[in-house]
Design a protein around this ligand. Structure first.
Ligand code: M6R
Length: 617
């Protein structure tokens, strides 16, 4: 939700601010803006809509300046127009802000009483005037920031430049991510490391409550100082950046979503490498102090797609590790009064590691003295830091707003974890452990085969792209994949879609079936196949148009049992053991959603109203 960047350099920064914002656009794309300090004055350019509009504006009205900040917005307070676009500024300061100032209304009232006038509907503008109030009282910029922060409630990250201090930038992290980057020629800040790729050789992930002051002296040398939440000057580790600029590019693909779908064999392979000894076919990814044997309950908490990954994991942990598992949506969990059991393990799933509801649920679990473990994709993200233990998926940066490779790598690590838990609890033999591990090792190759069928999904997208509604059905571990398939379609094509356990069809949703509602059925030839086949017959008998993803055995059965007069498209996928089937069956639902969106001409990578990292409630 909003991306921020700031650069202090010895050369003009506008172009790099824009490149950084391009890499952050996944966080929000309602409007964008940049501000620089030029001759002791704040200069800014802002534009509604996508970054391209701002680029067009800058082509007409270039912005000089070697110290600047930038912002790409996901609107919370106020419409996505130019007035509400960041940076917010007056003649003294300019501010970019990611997050929410919860008590902005009362601060605004007080400031208005003092005579300050507001030109936007945002919560952010109060920061501009509060800072100004303190600066005009004679406080230094750092003192003014510290005083201002003492008024603010909420979760936010800020970057601020000052007209009368042209070589200074102050930033802070209070609940929203912020990373400091040190490069050969510049010093910079960003909402994530990707924004700073190729310019920052070293990265420093700020801690909660840190205020960082970055500056340039008269010789053009850079310096920075970090003050922690207690007001002490502190050192934070500087790490070598491993992120390349290529990671932020689409390469040969027309969309990030397609690129990321095609990256899955590699991403899953690398995730497995982090967890599996390929020689012995043994998984040892969770060498934490978790007593799997005595564990009575595992609670999995997540949002959206990550929640569906948790739902699949429940089947695995129950089947193989004989473990009681609850799966909960973070935004519900945090406001219920959940019963925590003593010695319980709570597992948090989050691609970004920043989702506010998941983070709040993690805080709750910690307060209740639960042991916590997180599976995240982003190094040093808030959830990764707060959790007792963390496992990282190796998806690499995921920029398309619709999650694809982050989901299948989450599933991969969850599968590994289920095998570890099953072994440690003595519920599977070493032979089973190796067999299941082998099934995972074979998976990237099978996924590559599905990707080679790419154009099949392009064709079958035609069945869906004209529809208003669609249904996705699956059983067992493919039921959460049906939910995920429906979510993918909604997100990128704006077609209303529902996922259902196939067995639930006759308990209500069958009323929706007619020839205008395509039904996507996920039916590998597994223990549930004959049941799903009956449900498919029920759909066809009511004129439904079915796209069925199955394997070669399933195809034979379907052809035997379904009359050729019905509208049935069978897409044959590689045969895989049922353990790994939900990971493989994720690929066709992703490709189908992608191609439907392509046919509809929607903005695949930046669907309307969405943002990738949900850091506000
Ligand atoms: O970063 P997280 O995994 O915590 O994000 C949770 C959801 O917002 C996310 O999974 C969302 O549903 C997907 N981007 C949808 O494709």
């Amino acid at each position: 939700m909003c991306g921020i960047i700031g650069i202090i350099s010895n050369t003009p920064v506008a172009e790099r601010l824009i490149t950084g914002l391009e890499r952050l656009e996944y966080r929000g794309y309602d409007s964008a803006g940049i501000a620089t300090v030029v001759n002791n004055e704040i200069e800014r350019r802002r534009a509604p809509g996508k970054l391209q509009t701002l680029k067009n504006l800058l082509a007409e009205q270039p912005l000089p300046g070697m110290v600047g900040i930038g912002h790409t917005r996901w609107a919370t307070h106020g419409a996505p127009n130019a007035e509400n676009a960041h940076p917010h500024a007056n003649e003294h300061v300019a501010v970019v802000h990611n997050g929410i100032i919860e008590n902005y209304a009362e601060i605004k009232n007080e400031l208005q009483t003092k005579g300050y006038t507001f030109s936007s509907e945002t919560d952010t503008e109060v920061i501009v005037h509060l800072l100004t109030d303190y600066l005009l009282k004679g406080l230094t910029p750092l003192e003014a920031v510290t005083q201002t922060l003492s008024h603010l409630h909420g979760a936010f990250a800020l970057a601020i430049v000052f007209a009368k201090h042209p070589n200074l930038m102050i930033a802070t992290r209070c609940g929203s991510p912020l990373v400091l980057g040190v490069g050969e020629y510049d010093i910079m800040l960003g909402s994530d490391a990707l924004a700073l790729a190729s310019w920052a050789q070293k990265l420093c992930y700020l801690e909660e409550g840190d205020v960082v002051s970055i500056s340039k002296n008269n010789n053009g040398d850079f310096d920075y100082q970090i003050i922690d939440s207690e007001g002490r000057s502190v050192e934070r580790p500087l790490r070598q950046s491993k992120i390349t600029a290529e990671a932020a590019s689409k390469g040969e693909y027309s969309h990030y979503m397609l690129k990321e779908i095609f990256e899955q064999p590699r991403a899953i392979g690398e995730t497995l490498q982090s967890a599996v000894d390929f020689e012995s076919k043994h998984i040892d990814c969770a060498n934490f102090d978790i007593n799997w044997q005595s564990l009575t309950r595992l609670t999995i908490i997540a949002c959206g797609t990550s929640y569906y990954a948790g739902m699949v994991a429940k089947y695995w942990f129950e089947k193989y590790a004989k473990l009681h598992v609850d799966v909960d949506i973070a935004s519900e969990f945090r406001y219920r009064e959940p019963i925590f059991c003593e010695g319980g393990l709570t597992l948090f799933l989050s691609q970004s590691g920043e989702t506010i509801d998941t983070l709040a649920a993690l805080n709750m679990a910690k307060e209740q003295k639960q042991q916590t473990l997180a599976i995240v994709n982003v190094t040093d993200s808030s959830i990764a830091r707060l959790s007792d233990n963390v496992l990282y998926t190796a998806a690499g940066p995921e920029i398309g707003v619709a999650s694809t490779k982050a989901f299948t790598t989450q599933l991969t690590l969850l599968a590994c974890l289920a095998i570890v838990a099953a072994s440690k609890r003595g519920k599977i033999t070493e032979e089973d452990h190796q067999r299941l591990t082998e099934e995972l090792i074979m998976l990237p190759g099978k996924i590559s085969k599905v990707l080679q069928q790419d154009q099949t999904f392009h064709k079958c997208a035609l069945t869906i792209s004209g529809a208003r509604d669609a249904l996705y059905l699956g059983r067992g571990t493919n039921y959460p994949i049906a939910l995920e398939g429906a979510l993918k379609l909604k997100e990128v094509s704006y077609i209303h879609a529902e996922g259902y356990p196939a067995g639930e069809l006759k308990h209500g949703p069958i009323a929706l079936i007619d020839s205008a509602v395509p039904v996507v059925v996920l039916a590998p030839h597994d223990a549930w196949f004959s049941k799903t086949l009956s449900n498919l017959q029920e759909v066809m008998a009511r004129g439904g148009q079915v796209i069925c993803f199955t394997d070669s055995k399933g195809e034979v059965e379907l052809k035997k049992q379904i009359s050729s007069s019905f509208h049935l498209q069978i897409i044959v996928l590689p045969t895989v053991p049922s353990f790994v089937a939900p990971i493989l069956y994720s690929i066709p639902v992703q490709l189908l959603a992608y191609y439907v969106a392509l046919q509809k001409g929607t903005d695949v990578d930046q669907p309307r109203n969405l943002a990738k990292s949900v850091t506000v409630e």
